[in-house]
Design a protein around this ligand. Sequence first.
Ligand code: XMP
Length: 490
Amino acid sequence: MKESKPFQFEYALTFDDILLIPKYSEIVPSEVSTTTDFARGLKLNTPIISSAMDTVTENKVARIMAQLGGLGVIHKNFTVADQAFEVEKVKKYESGMILDPITLGPDQMVTAALELMKKYSISGVPVTVKGKLVGILTNRDLRFETKLNQPISNLMTKEKLVTAHVGTTLEQARKILQKHRIEKLPVVDKAGNLKGLITIKDIEKSHAFPQATKDSHGRLMVAAAIGVGEGAYERAEALIASGADVIVIDTAHGHSKNVLEMVKRLSKNFKDTILVAGNVVSEEGTKALIDAGADVVKVGVGPGSICTTRVVAGVGMPQISAVIECSKYAKRKGKTIIADGGIKYSGDMTKALALGANTVMIGNLLAGADEAPGENILYQGRSYKVYRGMGSLGAMAQGSKDRYGQADVYDEEKLVPEGIEGKVPYKGSASAIIHQLVGGLRAGMGYMGARNISELQKDPRFVQISPQGLRESHVHDVSITKEAPNYRLE
Ligand code: XMP
């Protein structure tokens, strides 16, 4: 068979075309580490990222993804202010220490305190004068108070205030809180200035999610998407100002002038922010993005379950081949890639990671989660959630036109969609979904004798299978009477 240049393979391959060949193994799934390199030394304990789609990732999915050791990318079909607020909600959700606690002054009225506590759903507020801690007002102080028009200073705890010094670890803080049977611990410097607040809630959350992806201040990490249309650079500025750790330049064609220019501009001006850019499927595209300054290259044109790019535009590349080609180049340059789209089962993730991806991005598998945007819809007695492509007419009309190079089309009837709007079965909690995906990956790594992702990527052998092989792989000659949480028929 003639080789099809510039690829080394005779046919471009997708997930269903191949199987990894099991290797000698001395380990069981529970022993493997799924930790992977994301970028610039940042590791993720779970190699899964949720898609920047308006039916997948808003603050709730981003939060749980980070808690479970992955990462979520907040979509951009929001106004700049609303998207920035979604980022802020993730950053403020769980903190080792709250760096900028909400405070009150001693002369403010109790009514103002109650309003503030309700607005931010908090149960206690440090009281300061010119930055110096003078007391703390908690629900306990207010519980039986009926006189609301008196200053806070009358009710706040000010004697024998329990505080911690800057540098107190969460473990030390837990002991102090326990000893004094309190829930909030103000952190002060030597001069008595309030420097932060540690709460029992945050400590409990960090115990519940030991795998979580966190920044150096103990806050959950979050990514946010931008495009390349008008205002995209300003959007990135606002997202970074609200605490986004990662900016994803999310377009359907990453190997294009506007995208490369945006990557150059952002990488030059925001050196502390991890920059992901895409999507590409070729070595040339990967090289161009890396040369422009991307830390991570997002790979995939058309594999997504809701994508119609390949049939509408006639372009793309089956995803396994794209992953092999792009990851080879990125690895040589010390960079990483995300395999974006087309993951239908946990085994697809094992294949993508074994063949070079550092992480995978999923949309479909998470769109049915409780935490995904949108209500459940009941259809013929079963529960579903909406899942639509960012290139669908509905999503493009709401702001994602520039992902498909159609920012200049103002008449909705003239938009040319590259995705569809649909529904996926309701699947319960995101953490149950991720548990099954990671469980499948662990099983695969056990079969491959791989203790970690780099061992999984060491000389994996795979076979190409026939349509009959694929049929044999799936459930056959039987009707399913009880659905498994990690398998469904198309
Ligand atoms: P899955 O297979 O998880 O894929 O549903 C999600 C990925 O698909 C991409 N995406 C699109 N691609 N038209 C496309 O060609 C679209 O309308 C569309 N919407 C999303 C995106 O990369 C996502 O992560």
